[in-house]
Structure formats: C-alpha cells, structure tokens
Design a protein around this ligand. Structure first.
Ligand SMILES: Cc1cc2nc3c(=O)[nH]c(=O)nc-3n(C[C@H](O)[C@H](O)[C@H](O)COP(=O)(O)O)c2cc1C
Length: 319
C-alpha cells in the first residue's frame, strides 16, 4: 500500500487529495475519492455560497472516511455563512486559499478541523505555518486554475520542505503515477491533484469541457487573467488562472486593459459560458492535461496512480 506518515495519520489508504475545484469537485467527486482511499474535497470557487455548499454536502451523503472542503478567501468575505456551513458539516480538513490573512485558522482549530492553504514560495510557507496552518499545499506554476505562478512544482516543493516542519502536499502538473512518485520521493506528504480528477466520471465538468480537455496537448494551456476580467470577478491580480488556450485568450491576452472596457467581449464570454462553448469560455487545466484522455471513475484513477507510483518507487528499493 502506498502511504506516507501523513496519509496514515489522516486515516487514508492513498496519499492523494482531489483539489477543491469550484464547479468541478462537488459532493459526488469528494465521496468517490474518499471511497477510493484518498481525501475527497468539495470545492467552492468564485460562485460558491452557503446554499451551493449545502447542495453539494447532500450529494456527498454519508462518507466512509475523511473528507474536506476548499474555500476561496474573497468569496468567504462575501458570504461569511459559507464557513459556518462548512464547519457544521464536520469535515476533517478545510482549506482556505488565495490569502495571507490567516484569521480563520483558530476557528477551525476550535472545531478540531485541520487547516490547509496553498503557498507559492518559501516565505509564504513560513508565514502560513507560523500562523498555525497545519498542512501546506506547495502549488507549482504548472497547476490548473488560479494560483500565483512563481515557481515550478519541484523547486517550490524543495524550498517549502526546507522552510517548514508541517506536512507539505505537492500540487501542479501531477497527473500520473510517475509524477506522484517523484513528489513522494522528494518528501511530499501527499499529492493534491486537480486536472487529473476534473475529467473523472463523478466530476461536474460539462461534456464539451471534457472533450476539450481530452483533445488538449500538454502545451495547450496558458496562464492569464482574461476570464476574471471578462467576468468581472474580483480575483487579486497576483492569482491568474491556468486554462486551456482558446479564441478568447488568443484575442485578449495581450490587451487586458482594453478587455476591461469591452461590453461586447463581456457579453460574448457570458453567452459562450451559458452555451458551454470551450472555444471561448474558460476551461481550467494544468500542464498535466496532455495525459488526460478519457473519463474514468475516481477509484480507477486512484488505483492506477498508486500502483504506478509504487512500481516507480520500488525500482530504487534496496534488498
Ligand atoms: C478545474 C479547476 C478548478 C479549480 N478550482 C479551484 C478552487 O475553486 N479553489 C482552489 O483552491 N483551487 C482551485 N483549483 C486549483 C487546485 O487547487 C490546484 O492548485 C491545481 O489543480 C493543481 O494543479 P493540477 O491541476 O495540475 O493538478 C482549480 C483547479 C482546476 C483544474
């Protein structure tokens, strides 16, 4: 069995966490990942709310193991009831991302919940651990969705492991057993995977977005703010998102200022999003997307990741 001290302490059968992806990682995905032995996470992204979380918690049902909930700092500020709802669900873990305000940590600890956040350099890691965050996610620039693209996953993981003593999960571009083995060998307590789980059977990802993800090569992603600007989302400018390159990114990536004032572009983006047209609408994806070619149940993904990683790591075992 593939495990780490952290995964054993958490009661997991696999050192694997599905990233809390807004609009993608709902209750069904979290339940499936937990049932497969990993840590299933429900994600509340830009459109998250206490009401949406309640719906996804119903779909989670009675899980057979630990689960978590991931929240976005500026969304929490808009809907403080979100944290109350999350705590009432008694998750093992809550992650709050995209902030260096850690005032939420003591509240989690009072409820016996493990506090998690994503970090992007060693300095942020020291600050988060100093503020009492229990587990850090070292999220490299290869990763899908929003994040601060400062360092690649391996240099970041290396720096964060040197900087802090708390368990560190690796994230960004990990989508195969080989890449899982690499981060575990480097000292990660586990891996936090987004893109790989975004196409699994239980994810909320739409049909057209899945097809776009299957078609995409590893080089077909881009880091940009154009969708946040085009949707008037108040994402801080230091957190662009890695998405599939499409007509909208090609048209607006070099002229974000102009995009801010273009009502026509905002309307076109809203229409494409409503029509589920990935040629224009955003599809978050990391550089591991080239390995993603079909929808499979989370159980199959977790089993495959663990079996392949174990084989890779055994090559170096001494007898
Ligand atoms: C479709 C998608 C949606 C995401 N949504 C969120 C989110 O709502 N909250 C969050 O903290 N991270 C979100 N992320 C980022 C992940 O937490 C994680 O950093 C990233 O997926 C890791 O890289 P990978 O996609 O290469 O595995 C999202 C990622 C993807 C792919």
């Amino acid at each position: 069995m593939l495990s780490t001290p952290w995964s054993r302490e958490m009661g997991l059968r696999a050192p694997i966490v599905n990233a809390p992806m807004g609009g993608v990682a709902g209750g069904r995905l979290a339940a499936a990942v937990t049932a497969a032995g990993g840590l299933g996470m429900i994600g509340m992204g830009s459109t998250g709310s206490a009401a949406r979380l309640t719906e996804e918690l119903e779909l989670l049902g009675t899980v057979s193991g630990p689960f978590g909930i991931g929240l976005v700092d500026w969304v929490l500020a808009r809907d403080p009831g979100l944290l109350d709802t999350a705590l009432a669900a008694r998750p093992a873990v809550i992650s709050v991302g995209f902030t260096d305000d850690f005032s939420w940590v003591p509240r989690l600890h009072r409820h016996g919940v493990t506090a998690v956040t994503q970090v992007y350099d060693a300095e942020q890691a020291r600050r988060a651990a100093g503020a009492g965050v229990d587990v850090l996610v070292a999220r490299g620039a290869e990763g899908g969705g929003h994040g601060e693209p400062l360092l690649g996953t391996l240099p970041l993981l290396d720096a964060v492991l040197d900087a802090v003593d708390v368990p560190v999960l690796a994230a960004g571009g990990i989508s195969t057993g080989r890449t899982l083995a690499a981060v575990l060998a480097a000292g990660a307590a586990g891996a936090w995977l987004g893109t790989r789980f975004s196409v699994c059977t239980e994810a909320l990802t739409s049909h057209n977005a899945r097809e776009a993800l299957f078609r995409a090569r590893a080089t077909d992603t881009v880091t940009t703010r154009v969708f946040d600007i085009g949707q008037n989302l108040p994402w801080p400018a230091n957190f662009p998102s890695r998405v599939l390159r499409n007509d909208f990114t090609r048209q607006w990536k070099q002229c974000e200022d102009e995009l801010g004032g273009s009502l026509a572009a905002h309307r076109a983006l809203a229409a494409a999003t409503a029509a589920d047209d990935p040629a224009v609408a955003p599809v978050d994806a990391g550089q591991g997307v080239g390995t993603v070619t079909a929808s499979t149940p989370a159980q199959v993904i977790v089993d495959d990741l663990c079996a392949t990683a174990q084989r890779c790591l055994q090559k170096f075992a001494t007898h």
